[in-house]
Design a protein around this ligand. Structure first.
Ligand code: PEP
Length: 250
């Protein structure tokens, strides 16, 4: 049985006080932590304030990005160890906005994953096709390339620590959610790839989140799919009630 994982990606939203206020609202909510792992990923500037607001709760903290080097002359970047030192246990890697606007390649994504795995961080690794790639039947080719790129040089133990997020780029922030069948088809494909690469134990344990316009009203039917193990939520994670509607989806 894979434990469901629901993560909120706050992206470049909220000042420190706004982020703390949202975290305080979340801290007052309840969920069964044995059934659902809940994570929030605020901007770097708010990590400490959100960590403090969530103290004593079962909600985990994650960063939205990191650099693969340990330290040095990389102005504007932060390392895995720095992410850990803020209280994070998770880090999003290879989000499509990073790939699209900051030219992150599969190789860079892989380096970040390897660096995160040298610490106790759980990498939440995003893959997903563009609209024209889906329309030209390239989805499996793109996902295959991204998944194999992300997992390059990872052994079984490392691979089993990764959470994958399938985020069709055409569904992110557009309100155009993938159908449960579309999501299930790609999730099953991803699991089959991992099975080829690492065998049954890693494949059956791998958690694959869906991301792309997930909200309380569509979460249940997506999460009911056999290979959908959670959600990575953008817009709907910026409001405590709408995020919690997804956490509680049955
Ligand atoms: C995301 O960016 O990871 C995401 C899924 O965004 P949204 O939920 O807003 O589509």
């Amino acid at each position: 049985m894979r434990k469901r994982i629901i993560a909120g990606n706050w992206k470049m939203n909220k000042t420190v006080s706004e982020a703390a206020a949202l975290a305080e609202q979340l801290a007052r909510k309840n969920h069964d932590a044995d059934l659902v792992e809940v994570v929030v990923c605020p901007p770097f500037t708010s990590l400490a304030a959100v960590r403090d607001a969530l103290k004593g709760t079962a909600i985990g903290l994650g960063a939205q990005n990191m650099h693969w080097e340990k330290s040095g002359a990389y102005t504007g970047e932060i390392s895995a160890e720095m992410v850990v030192s803020t209280g994070c246990r998770y880090v999003i890697i290879g989000h499509s906005e990073r790939r699209q606007y900051f030219a992150e390649s599969d190789e860079m994504v892989n380096r970040k994953i390897l660096a995160a795995l040298q610490t106790e961080l759980t990498p939440i690794v995003c893959v997903g096709e563009l609209l024209d790639e889906r329309q030209s039947d390239q989805t499996e080719i793109v996902i295959n390339r991204q998944v194999r790129g992300a997992f390059a040089h990872l052994d079984d133990v490392q691979a089993s620590r990764v959470v994958l997020a399938y985020e069709p780029v055409w569904a992110i922030g557009t309100g155009q959610v993938a159908t449960p069948e579309q999501a299930q088809e790609v999730h099953a494909f991803i699991r089959s790839l991992i099975r080829q690469m690492y065998g049954d134990a890693v494949a059956d344990g791998l958690r694959i989140q869906y991301g792309g316009s997930m909200k309380a009203s569509n979460a249940a039917e997506l999460l009911r799919q056999p290979d959908v193990d959670g959600g990575l939520i953008g817009g709907a994670s910026l409001d405590a009630d709408s995020f919690w509607g997804i956490v509680k989806a049955e």
